[in-house]
Design a protein around this ligand. Structure first.
Ligand code: F6R
Length: 642
């Protein structure tokens, strides 16, 4: 989810890299850095040591990078990096090749130390990395045995030391070979860019699960994680595929497989503008984020759902798992969409782990006299990690002696720092104000937590493995739903002028009804209410007429027949019904006015499927009404005030 840029050619690299990073900044990163191959001695380093503070830490005494790999990196935005560069006494000037990175923290807080590029101990190799190295902990231990010391908390730093180690320890090894060897040892996802003063004038790039594009100019080449930083220089690009590596010099480039077989790659001509590229061709960030969900789901589960080993590994809480299992009660606190994820968490934890759960609005929790204390566990859920009410509830619970576990998307955010332990959602930056991918990522984390708590307790081995299989199949199922977006757009067309909507669901899908209604109201400004389907007859049924569309979430589960009766009640009063149903359900077609289908699945995973058409329905209705879905009125992405 981080941003990568690289350059090799005749122009001054540092300003180009900086500009490239600015082009990626729209995604909202937390630190930035560049490394250039200067080809000059590092005389005068003392004078620049302050600005190059991180580099000095990394290189240590002696600054042996005589051929000149020079690094400047900073916590904060590109402007902070620009200031650092401006004050560096020209330490990076004159270089005509280099790499740059914008970090969205996954392992380790946003800080100068954890920012990329990472540098080998002798300062001769600099590397930037997008993705997650799953076996970084084991590799750290191995490299430690060979005397490697780590200066950051990142998984990425492992790669640069591994390359260095292989290069030095294998006879006749070269730069390319060392990178190739290292990539065959690491597990996980990566997009990397590496330079080395030991083989200057060569830029190596590789991809596995994290996008990389090479821009082809005249005697110069550009590299980036998306085409945004490239398009102003050249429109001719080569997209790397997974398992491919590019070797780029000023004279040309070769693409090979990691196994060293040359790949014939055609050039693609970019024919879209910068804004389109930033949104990956989607009209809005919200739509892009909805469509990103299959990949995000994979990222959330990466290294955690270990189907082959039949277990779930939640690094952030593994030391506390027993304490969590012994909790008298779990209280989940959050706001808005995160609160809806919390409600699903209640169903999951009670079903799988049989621990009593209560879900509270953080704003209510803090202003009543809640009974909470030692023996209780509070789970706080927050995309931003900065929501004022959630933070206050967390502090209150801690003060009263409860253990507090965080589920956050933003690494190093206040909530992430103040909780006793926690899990990151790894959904990447969410720019659309209406939360979509962060919500599904939260629900997956809660599902993994509930399963981990339930393993060897309420869940049999067979049930546990079956649940892992279901989770692993999720991204493919979500892709199928996204493939039906055109039908959903047509349904939106039929309802875009409605003034009110009712959303109904039962069991796991009741919180989804709430979330569907919230999504619609916040971006389309149509009044919408979510209800448990069975509650309809206790009041809301009075509202139903032909002016009031009712969205009914009705997958084939234990409550299906009852939900069908609810649909009949709506139809009997002249209401119009949009049903979310299981693929192959023809019966519901007879009753509902419109049907949006989702693939079959176990009841516990249905919210992760049924919410997708609801996100799309809201998006299409809002855009058909001309609303700015990325900047809905009166709303901010992060609510840091009460
Ligand atoms: C709705 C939405 C909000 C947030 C809420 C909590 O789409 O995004 O309801 O969910 O403001 O924010 P976080 O999760 O950052 O604590």
């Amino acid at each position: 989810m981080c941003g990568i840029v690289g350059y090799i050619g005749q122009q001054e690299a540092a300003p180009l890299l900086l500009k490239g990073l600015q082009r990626l900044e729209y995604r909202g990163y937390d630190s930035a850095g560049i490394a250039v191959q200067s080809g000059v001695r590092c005389d005068g380093l003392g004078a620049t040591g302050e600005v190059l503070g991180v580099r000095c830490d990394v290189l240590g005494e002696g600054m042996k990078d005589e051929a000149g790999v020079r690094v400047v990196k900073r916590k904060g935005n590109v402007a902070s990096l620009g200031e650092a560069l401006a004050g560096s006494n020209g330490a990076v000037s004159g270089a005509t090749m280099g790499i740059g990175h914008m970090r969205w923290a996954t392992h380790g807080d946003p800080s100068d130390r954890n920012a990329h590029p990472h540098v080998s101990a002798d300062g001769s190799i600099a590397l930037i990395h997008n993705g997650i190295i799953e076996n970084h902990a084991a590799l750290r231990v191995e490299l430690g045995k060979h005397g490697y010391e780590f200066v950051s908390d990142t998984d990425s730093e492992v790669l640069v030391h591994l390359i260095d180690h292989l290069w030095k320890s294998i006879p006749f090894m070269n730069f390319e070979g060392a990178v190739r060897e290292a990539l065959s040892i690491v597990d996980g996802a990566y997009g990397i860019c590496v330079i080395s003063s030991r083989e200057p004038d060569k830029l190596l790039v590789a991809r596995n699960g994290s996008p990389l594009v090479i821009g082809v100019g005249e005697g110069e080449y550009f590299v980036a994680s998306d085409a945004a930083p490239i398009v102003e220089h050249t429109r001719r690009v080569v997209y790397l595929s997974d398992g491919e590596m590019g070797v780029i010099t000023r004279d040309g480039y070769t693409v090979k497989s990691i196994g060293n077989i040359v790949c014939e790659k055609g050039l693609t001509e970019l024919d879209f503008d910068l804004e389109e590229i930033e949104k990956a061709g989607f009209e809005h960030f919200m739509l892009k984020e909805i469509f990103e969900q299959p990949e995000v789901m994979q990222d959330v589960m990466r290294g955690r759902v270990r189907l082959d080993e039949g277990r779930i590994q939640l690094g952030g809480i593994s030391d506390q798992l027993e304490r969590l299992r012994e909790a008298k009660r779990i209280v989940i606190c959050a706001c808005g969409t995160s609160w809806h994820a919390g409600l699903i968490g209640e169903y999951l934890i009670e079903e799988f782990a049989r621990i009593p759960v209560e879900v509270d609005y953080a704003s209510e929790f803090r202003y009543r006299s809640p009974i909470v204390g030692p023996g209780d566990v509070m789970i706080v859920i927050s995309q931003s990690g900065e929501t004022a009410d959630t933070l206050a509830a967390l502090r209150m619970a801690k003060e009263k002696g409860a253990m507090v576990v965080g589920i956050c998307n933003v690494v190093g955010s206040t909530i992430a720092r103040e909780t006793d332990c926690g899990m990151y959602t790894h959904a990447g930056p969410e720019i659309g104000v209406a939360s979509t991918k962060a919500f599904t990522a939260q629900v997956i984390v809660l599902t993994m937590l509930a399963l981990a708590l339930g393993k060897d307790r309420a869940l049999s081995d067979a049930e546990f493995i079956q649940a892992l299989q279901c989770l692993s199949s999720l991204p493919e199922r979500v892709k199928r739903i996204l493939g039906c977006s055109e039908q959903i757009r047509e349904i939106a067309e039929a309802y875009k002028d409605a003034k009110n909507f009712l959303y109904l669901g039962r069991g796991y899908n009741f919180p989804v009804a709430l979330e569907g209604a919230l999504k619609l109201k916040e971006i389309s400004y149509i009044h919408a209410e979510g209800y448990p389907a069975a509650e309809m007859k206790h009041g809301p049924i009075a509202l139903i007429d032909e002016e009031m569309p009712v969205v009914v979430i009705a997958p084939k589960d234990d409550t299906y027949q009852k939900v069908l009766s609810n649909i009949q009640e709506v139809k009997a009063r002249g209401g119009r019904v949009i049903a979310i149903a299981t693929e192959g359900d023809e019966e519901i077609r007879e009753l509902a006015d419109h049907v949006m289908y989702v693939p079959k699945g176990k009841a516990f995973m249905m919210p992760l499927l049924t919410v997708i058409p609801l996100q799309l329905l809201s998006y299409f209705i809002a855009t058909l009404r001309g609303c700015d879905v990325d900047r809905p009125r009166n709303l901010a992405k992060s609510v840091t005030v009460e």
